[in-house]
Ligand binder design. Structure first.
Ligand SMILES: Nc1ncnc2c1ncn2[C@@H]1O[C@H](COP(=O)(O)OP(=O)(O)O)[C@@H](O)[C@H]1O
Ligand SMILES: N[C@@H](CCOP(=O)(O)O)C(=O)O
Length: 302
């Protein structure tokens, strides 16, 4: 039996579009084992939106891996315990890709290194800001071309708290990318480049006082805010209630605030969000600095 535990991820973190992302302490757990033939997928929370056939993203990733290694895919049973809300900007699709790669690697006894899986995952997702932190933990800053992805992993202090505000509606990454402009001005490019650099450096030094400025973005958030009712108002209110920085997580619609005073912030935001539509829920999470974990027959492998 193979068991894989994969963290949720928050991509972009404001200005780091398609580059910066961080793993969060919220997990999907997937069990997989070979069976004589066919495919059985069991979704333990019974979520009707997750496909239980060959269209399932974990299975599609496993199928891709077997094609790469040029071996026939065996019959298998997959059991999913999902806690990462899907299509909400918390890297549920990246978590499937990472789980699928780890399962296929173990099941086929291919022994690809973690580094090779990092590269494969980034190519499959098309941007490295969810899959890299999901595999390695911490915050990662990545850049890719057609062949390769280079990155740096930063361990984030565990006493920084992330208030994760999740509404009751979904927003697919595909749709949220379709509203982005094809070209941007030099002014906007400079705005983001300066803040992305400041964000990376501030997370390395733990200088959270920089985050209010360092988490600003003008490449994707202004366009996506039209798809997310009250987004700008919620981000502003989070700062009024003491957030050090606040941003749209991934392609949205989840919003995240970096906070120090966890109890007071949560109380005030829960009260404020209760007055809006879309049933916003607040979860207080931390960084996951370890990334995905794999057990084979209950023995932790990596
Ligand atoms: N646990 C899961 N099992 C199988 N497929 C999943 C799971 N979670 C997400 N997916 C697939 O990923 C899609 C969401 O991906 P995406 O739009 O990128 O949103 P997210 O921000 O959650 O990654 C879902 O529509 C579904 O097809
Ligand atoms: N850089 C991507 C990140 C998408 O993250 P997800 O968690 O929404 O899948 C983007 O902004 O499109």
């Amino acid at each position: 039996m193979i068991k894989v535990k994969v963290p949720a991820t928050t991509a972009n973190m404001g200005p780091g579009f398609d580059s910066i992302g961080m793993a969060l302490s919220l997990y999907n757990i997937v069990y997989a084992e070979e069976i004589e033939r066919g495919l059985e997928i069991i979704i333990q929370d019974g979520n009707p939106h997750i496909p239980k056939d060959e269209r399932n993203l974990i299975y599609k990733t496993i199928e891709h891996f077997y094609k790469v290694i040029n071996k026939p895919i065996p019959g298998m049973r997959i059991v999913q315990q999902d806690s990462i809300p899907h299509t909400r900007g918390l890297g549920s699709s990246a978590a499937c890709i990472v789980a699928g790669l780890h399962i296929a690697n173990a099941m086929s006894q291919s022994f690809f290194s973690k580094e090779e899986l990092v590269q494969m995952a980034a190519q499959l997702e098309g941007h490295p800001d969810n899959t890299t932190p999901a595999l390695l933990g911490g915050m990662t800053i990545g850049a890719m071309n057609e062949e390769d992805m280079k990155y740096v992993k930063v361990r984030v202090p565990e006493n920084i708290h992330f208030a994760v505000m999740i509404p009751d509606f979904t927003l697919s990454t595909e749709l949220a990318r379709s509203v982005l402009p094809k070209e941007v001005s030099l002014k906007d490019a400079v705005f983001n480049a300066s803040r992305a650099g400041l964000l990376a450096a501030s997370m390395i030094t733990g200088d959270v006082e920089n985050l209010s400025l360092a988490m600003e973005d003008c490449l994707h958030e202004p366009y996506r805010s039209k798809l997310i009712p009250h987004m700008d108002e919620i981000l502003k209110t989070a700062k009024i209630h003491g957030a050090k920085g606040a941003y749209l997580s991934g392609a949205g619609p989840t919003l995240i605030a970096v906070v120090k005073n966890v109890v007071a912030f949560r109380r005030e935001m829960v009260e404020y969000l209760a007055g809006l539509e879309n049933n916003w829920q607040v979860q207080m999470l931390q960084v996951d600095n370890e990334g995905a974990k794999v057990w084979i027959n209950e023995e932790l492998r990596y």
